[in-house]
Design a protein around this ligand. Structure first.
Ligand code: CMC
Length: 392
């Protein structure tokens, strides 16, 4: 069987050739299809970026109009799916609900199970996913609140529609501050892809068995949920609240993070690939100041985060290990300012990452990649004979 090289966590193992996202961890560079993240976050709409990631080029006006109107047509989810929501306990984590709901979509659209689908059928699956994820995400929140579900309003743009389904009530007029819509658009773009991270690799490997796109994305949502990946955004705010309630002594918590006997890590710090700074964190930190100022919000968590960052960045432990704030460090503070509850933070990440997962899956298929199947080095018992149960 030849020689096997072990690489726990695939720290140095490339799994594919990809033309989607370029990431230079030493210099803090991130580009989608060649376009710098800074420009896209400033100028583009989220659906424009989704199109870019999935189809490889920025859309023309006509292409974007078609893409948007097709997505808009599919924002409703099947009425029967409402009953699924009702069966979850009120305290169900929305990531658990979302992963299950997305996998369930495959049962409503069984044509997605056919690996020999036409390109048009595949596009329809992509549009359905992009259209329905915001509805499912918002409804998972409404369900947890035991509030009535709000149906999508198709005259609204993608981000606005999501916020409407999250926060509107049938009993009152709803107005959304454009600052909130624009902040959400930026956040979703910053999360839209990040090459072969844990969830994208999961989506590719699940899809490599020819499992359908819904099932593969559902697996990606599950991978994202973990606190070392997308779940870090929830963990950061919980950590900041703990520090705040503990008197705000950041030095004490930095010392805890350095203590190898203590399992505590500084959440939102460190990255497998970025060893200098995370360009997404730089943009988000600035956006955080802007959004809080424009909305007139004072959040003590922001002060704690800034103090924590300052102490850690001057500390030899963090310096010598190249540990810097990552995308999750400040994103939660903006989500809070937008009124999004902590348990929904990782769902927000999933909404943003969806086009990246789709693009990765599509590329894996079009590359004709073989089924993902890593090898191992066996270290268990050598051959032994079965012992009858009464003799054990
Ligand atoms: N706090 C304290 N020490 C840390 C931290 C941290 N946040 N991150 C890494 N270290 C230490 C780690 O203990 C190790 O020390 P030593 O060399 O003495 O054993 C060294 O730094 C290298 O860390 P590693 O765990 O080997 O690095 P990795 O590439 O396997 O892990 C990571 C990367 C992101 C999982 C890790 O930095 C981490 O756990 N960070 C906190 C969770 C987090 O913020 N995750 C979000 C990542 S970015 C967005 C996303 O992926 O979704």
């Amino acid at each position: 069987t030849g020689y096997i090289t072990l690489d726990f966590g695939y720290k140095n193992t490339g799994s594919t050739k990809s033309a989607i996202t370029y990431l230079d961890g030493e210099n803090g560079v991130l580009r989608y299809r060649g376009y710098p993240i800074e420009q896209l976050a400033e100028k583009a709409s989220f659906l424009e970026v989704a199109y870019l990631l999935i189809y490889g080029e920025l859309p023309t006006k006509a292409q974007l109009d078609n893409f948007q109107s097709s997505i808009t047509k599919h924002t409703l989810v099947h009425e029967d799916m409402k009953q699924f929501f009702e069966a979850y306990p009120a305290k169900a984590h929305p990531m658990g609900v979302l992963a299950s709901m997305v996998c369930s979509l495959s049962t409503f659209y069984p044509e997605s199970l056919n690996p020999n689908r036409s390109e048009a059928e595949f596009d329809l699956t992509i549009h359905r996913l992009l259209a329905k994820l915001p509805t499912l995400a918002a409804w998972s929140y409404k369900n947890a609140m035991r509030h009535p579900f709000m149906y999508p309003k198709n005259n609204m743009e993608y981000c606005e529609n999501f916020l409407y389904m999250m926060f509107a009530m049938p009993t009152e007029e709803y107005h959304i501050d454009p600052v909130v819509i624009s902040a959400l658009n930026k956040l979703l773009i910053l999360h839209a892809d990040h090459e072969q991270n844990c969830s994208a690799s999961t989506v590719r490997i699940v899809g490599s068995s020819q499992a359908n796109l819904y099932a593969s994305i559902s697996a990606g949502i599950s991978a994202l949920w973990g606190p070392l990946h997308g779940g870090a955004n929830q963990a950061v705010i919980e950590m900041l609240e703990k520090i705040h309630n503990d008197g705000g002594d950041v030095d004490k918590w930095v010392a805890k993070a350095k203590d190898k006997e203590d399992p505590f890590r500084l959440m939102g710090f460190g990255h497998r690939v970025y060893k200098n700074f995370d360009p997404r964190a730089t943009i988000i930190k600035k956006a955080c100041d802007d959004v809080l100022e424009k909305l007139g919000i004072v959040d003590p968590m922001l002060d704690i985060a800034k103090k924590l960052e300052k102490v850690a960045l001057e500390d030899d432990y963090f310096k010598s290990r190249n540990l810097y704030p990552n995308v999750d460090f400040y994103s939660g503070i903006i989500y809070r300012a937008l009124g999004i509850p902590t348990e929904m933070f990782t769902v927000m990440f999933a909404l943003g990452r969806l086009p990246g997962w789709i693009a990765q899956w599509k590329e894996m298929i079009s590359n004709g990649e073989p089924i993902g199947r890593p090898r191992q080095v066996y270290v268990g018992a050598t051959e032994r004979d079965y012992v009858d149960i009464e003799k054990r």
